[in-house]
Design a protein. Structure first.
Length: 322
């Protein structure tokens, strides 16, 4: 029998607005610990993550500090609250709750939302082949790794954590305070638990995560992370528009569309993008990517096309980002 899932994602806020989002669906999705099991158990768990049935038009109730607001899910089981702040939130992470009732079953989950600390820097990073080794340009290799390597056996690029932690602390008065981090990917919401667990294991900065529309079948799994990437631009545009006072560092790789996407972002937000880092995934740099990065540099945006994160760290220190 399929379980009813109320899945919450990390929300975020500024001085005027609070944004909360999540999904409600039926699935055989296992507990998060199952993503750490052996190969066959892990493979079956990943496949089950994509065999879900969204629950539409279901009432959901958001609550925070005695404040309650209700809405309903869309056809894909998604819900999102864009709410004007009733009272000012302090900087940092806050706990909220969402509840719903499906088939007479009452569900309630707690989630987290971020009101960023005062600062000048926001960091937006891709996931696959930017910090998580994923083999995005080799379809069958990517699927094999997803199916048969659990979260503890997946690899992270060398020195990524040092670079990201340095960016997180840059310009802050306290080591505990951190710049706002956002992980934006073409992976689907189905993989949210895996991604959050991976970042926790490797002590990457805690971030708002924005992914692609949830998928509902095995065929969708076979195409995971592929297709149109315009949704990434829309999500990055929403972040920069929501926090327009920040300078942004964008991190990606050359395996898919990140250089061209970040060029588009730089053209549309010429005063917001401070630096762009692109990881070289092949043996040689790509001439098309080098051309795009030269064009971005003409927009007075610093760029670094690098094989390893130590080179990126050196660059960030040289231009005064960290």
């Amino acid at each position: 029998m399929k379980k009813i899932n109320l899945k919450l994602y990390r929300g975020y806020a500024n001085d005027q607005e609070v944004i909360i989002f999540g999904h409600i669906f039926r699935s055989y999705i296992p507990s998060d610990s199952t993503i750490e099991n052996g190969r066959l158990s892990h493979a079956w768990a990943v496949i089950r993550m994509f065999r879900i049935k969204p629950i539409s038009n279901t009432k959901v109730i958001f609550s925070l500090n005695g404040w309650e607001v209700s809405s309903k899910t869309t056809e894909d089981g998604y819900f999102r609250f864009n709410l004007p702040q009733r009272e000012s939130l302090s900087s940092g992470w806050h706990t909220f709750k969402v509840r719903c009732q499906v088939d007479g079953q009452q569900l309630e989950e707690s989630g987290e939302l971020l009101k960023p600390y005062p600062g000048q820097l926001g960091i937006i990073s891709d996931i696959d082949d930017t910090f998580l080794v994923s083999h995005s340009n080799r379809v069958f290799r990517k699927l094999y790794v997803m199916l048969f390597r659990n979260v503890n056996r997946r690899k992270i690029f060398d020195d990524v954590v040092d670079h990201y932690q340095a960016l997180s602390r840059a310009g802050q008065d306290s080591n505990e305070a951190s710049n706002a981090f956002f992980y934006v990917s073409s992976s689907e919401w189905n993989l949210y638990s895996f991604i959050t667990r991976f970042t926790e294991i490797h002590q990457l900065p805690k971030a708002i995560i924005k992914l692609k529309d949830i998928k509902t079948g095995l065929a969708d799994f076979l195409m995971t992370g592929r297709g149109n990437h315009d949704h990434k631009y829309i999500k990055i545009k929403d972040i920069i528009t929501f926090y327009p006072h920040l300078d942004y560092v964008l991190l990606g790789d050359d395996s898919q569309h990140d250089p061209y996407l970040y060029e588009r972002v730089s053209k549309h937000f010429p005063l917001n993008v401070k630096a762009i880092y692109i990881r070289q995934t092949g043996r040689r740099p790509k001439k098309k990517v080098e051309k795009v990065l030269r064009n971005i540099q003409d927009l007075n945006v610093e760029t670094c096309y690098c094989r390893g994160s130590q080179e990126a760290i050196d660059h960030s220190q040289r231009i005064g980002v960290v």
